[in-house]
Design a protein. Structure first.
Length: 95
């Protein structure tokens, strides 16, 4: 069961403002989802090979060669907001 503190934290992180009825529905839905994942833990998987979508292939990395970047004023030219020569983004989470 999802407790009130956890539900409130999820609501805050998701930027939601739920009514009491919506909160209860969310609590029920999340509890059902967690119960399903707990049920999956009971499935015997000892004899199942790990999934390897690219069997036998390795990453083909390119050389990392430094090169000049854009000048700061050009990089910031289309930014909606800047502050002291940097991109400015308003806070997403508040403590």
């Amino acid at each position: 069961m999802i407790d009130d503190e956890t539900l409130e934290r999820i609501e805050t992180l998701a930027g939601l403002r739920l009514s009491p009825q919506q909160r209860e529905k969310m609590r029920q839905d999340l509890s059902r989802i967690l119960a399903y994942f707990q049920k999956l833990q009971e499935v015997p998987t000892d004899s199942v090979q790990p999934f390897d979508p690219l069997a036998g292939q390795t990453n083909a990395w390119r050389e990392d060669v430094p090169r000049p970047s854009l000048p700061r004023d050009q990089a910031l030219a289309n930014a909606p907001a800047t502050r002291e020569g940097h991109f400015f983004v308003p806070p997403v989470f508040e403590e």
